[in-house]
Design a protein around this ligand. Structure first.
Ligand SMILES: Nc1ncnc2c1ncn2[C@@H]1O[C@H](COP(=O)(O)OP(=O)(O)OP(=O)(O)O)[C@@H](O)[C@H]1O
Length: 596
């Protein structure tokens, strides 16, 4: 699988998309425009100072040094002037780099936060389709590579300032020699183009290989238990070694390209320009005297012209990285797979907890209905159980009711109000959801029950834990309620995690309970505790429960048997057994009395 995995890194971007992405990166920078443009202004000033200094030396050499008679006073004035300008340049350089790069860091922090917030607004559909690893890499790595992008931008802009001011200075110094230097510009542009063509290919290949390496690694880590069970270690290691080797070869090609085309090529052109300048000066000197200071200044300008090109070419390769990263970040920000929206105004509140599904149909992809015309009523305090084969639509019913996905037709009413008109914060507070796989956060036991609700006191936490029979095992832990929870609670058993998630739900005293009964195997004693807790939790609360073991919902007020998204049977346990239909078959099968 991993081998066919082509990454976004390897995909080609059109010039228009690249342009749009760069535009968006500039918009991200807008809040920090003050620092950003301030830094660029300083960079422009520095490049002017860079050509002023050789000019100062030129004047000093030509007018005073060659006479061998500079006075002490003049020497001191010159030294002071040169030192002051250099000092001002150093200070300006500091602020230019500092402002620019801190603006870039601020921007990265800001975009990372924007992305994080956006992720919380995306619907479950988005997460169904996007691997978590790829999102992690977008929020961390991709945003970080913006800094490289801005670093390159600064190098390029200062490079342009330096080149323009070097040309103006050359022009002011000697037009003829400047024209000779100009002859090298097409050659330089040609070399930059050649490097770009070769380097883009090499870098793309490299990123493709790296992405394959990441994909193989991720697959190996997530599937470790299967790999070990089926003894796939050596096969996977072989595949990893192969990709690792192609990645290494791609990197060697990158090193070769850079070693060959970067500094040596620019150095050759620089050498050529120096020779041409010297030859032109020698030729002109046959008709007129050329002052040494002028030659020195000119050579400095040629250096000022070539130096930025060298460093800009070096980092040009990261330009595309930044743009590709930018486009991946933008794709998330622009994604409209949002969580279902409420109508305005949505201020309905849950009071009694009556739940009604009225002819609800729902599909994940907008084409295939996984729920078809579902209708039922759960009066306040009643329990409605959903049963059926795997894939029959039990979880989908809960997904629609919890507003994780938008349903397409019909309506879900709570206390006679459409679910779309309910105040979402109140809805989340009043509807307690207990999933099969309890999710525990990094922190401690009390934290996992309280979950940032400061109104929940320690006494309430303990009371909730006692209510769901979790207190007993918590008290036995070395640090009790302050026992650390790490790695999603891997140190706790499945049953203990279940009980903690019950406590977390019950401490909020919800009016409605939505339960996805755990199928995980727990020992009989824990199973009994869990069932007792669930029964207590359901008392005086409307409960919609997915039941895998029918023995646990015999006392439900209404049992709905689902098949391919439709309710095919409904009634109480006794009435359904009496019907002798699917439910009766299922029940007998589970009780080990399946009839032929
Ligand atoms: N996130 C999803 N995206 C697309 N289709 C989905 C998604 N989740 C479930 N389905 C499809 O919806 C149908 C109903 O699945 P659902 O999970 O509701 O069944 P279930 O009765 O809860 O099954 P199980 O007992 O195995 O949990 C199935 O055909 C399933 O493939």
């Amino acid at each position: 699988m991993a081998k066919q995995n082509t990454s976004a890194w390897s995909g080609k971007m059109t010039a228009a998309t690249q342009f749009q992405t760069v535009g968006a990166l500039f918009r991200f920078m807008k809040p920090y425009a003050k620092y950003f443009y301030g830094a660029l202004l300083l960079a422009a000033a520095i490049s002017v100072v860079n050509v002023l200094l050789p000019r100062l030396l030129q004047t000093f050499m030509n007018q005073h040094l060659h006479r061998m008679s500079p006075t002490w006073r003049l020497l001191i004035v010159f030294a002071l002037l040169y030192f002051t300008i250099t000092l001002v340049k150093a200070v300006a350089q500091f602020f230019s780099d500092y402002w620019f790069m801190s603006a870039a860091e601020f921007m990265v922090e800001d975009v990372r936060m924007k992305l994080y917030r956006k992720l919380h607004t995306l619907g479950m559909r988005y997460f169904d389709q996007t691997p978590a690893g790829s999102l992690v890499s977008r929020v961390t790595n991709d945003t970080s590579s913006f800094t490289d992008f801005w670093e390159l931008f600064l190098t390029l802009t200062t490079g342009v300032f330096a080149i323009v001011s070097a040309f103006i200075a050359m022009w002011l110094t000697d037009v003829h020699v400047m024209l000779v230097t100009l002859l090298f510009v097409p050659l330089l542009i040609g070399s930059i183009w050649l490097y770009q063509v070769v380097a883009t290919k090499v870098y793309r290949h490299m990123r493709e290989k790296l992405s394959q390496l990441n994909a193989q690694l991720a697959e190996a880590i997530t599937g470790m238990s299967v790999i070990q069970q089926f003894r796939q270690e050596s096969r996977l290691a072989g595949e990893f070694a192969q990709t690792n080797n192609t990645y290494y070869q791609a990197r060697v090609r990158m090193v070769k390209t850079n070693s060959l085309l970067l500094s040596p090529m620019v150095d050759l052109l620089y050498g050529g320009a120096i020779i041409a300048v010297m030859l032109t000066f020698s030729w002109t000197s046959q008709s007129a005297t050329i002052a040494a200071g002028t030659v020195y200044a000119f050579l400095s300008y040629v250096a000022a012209f070539y130096n930025p090109i060298d460093s800009a070419m070096d980092s040009l390769s990261s330009f595309q990285d930044g743009v590709v990263a930018g486009s991946r970040v933008l794709a998330i920000l622009a994604d409209d797979t949002l969580e279902p929206t409420q109508q305005t105004p949505a201020n309905g509140r849950i009071t009694a907890g009556k739940v009604e599904f009225r002819d609800v149909s729902f599909s994940y992809d907008g084409e295939h209905d996984v729920l078809k015309h579902i209708s039922f009523v759960a009066e306040p305090g009643q329990t409605v159980a959903l049963v059926g084969h795997t894939g029959s639509g039990k979880s989908s019913t809960i997904n629609a009711m919890m507003r994780f996905y938008e349903f397409q037709s019909g309506d879900i009413l709570i206390d006679y109000q459409s679910i779309r008109q309910l105040d979402m914060a109140d809805f989340r507070r009043q509807v307690g959801l207990v999933l099969q796989e309890p999710f525990l956060f990094y922190g401690d036991i009390a934290f996992n029950i309280r979950l940032y609700n400061p109104q929940i006191t320690d006494d309430q936490i303990e009371a909730a834990a006692q209510f769901v029979h979790a207190d007993e095992f918590i008290q036995r832990l070395p640090q009790g309620y302050h026992e650390p929870v790490v790695e999603r609670g891997a140190a706790f058993s499945t049953g203990q995690r279940q009980l903690l998630s019950f406590a977390r739900t019950i401490v909020r005293d919800p009016k409605i309970l939505v339960l996805d009964e755990a199928t995980a195997n727990v020992d009989t004693e824990t199973e009994t505790i869990i069932q007792q807790s669930l029964a207590k939790m359901r008392q005086a609360r409307t409960t919609i429960a997915i039941a895998h073991r029918l023995s646990t919902i015999k006392d439900a007020d209404l049992i709905l048997v689902l098949d391919q998204g439709e309710i095919v049977e409904r009634g109480s346990h006794e009435s359904l057994l009496a019907q002798n239909g699917r439910y009766a078959d299922l029940y007998r099968m589970q009780m080990g009395e399946a009839s032929d």
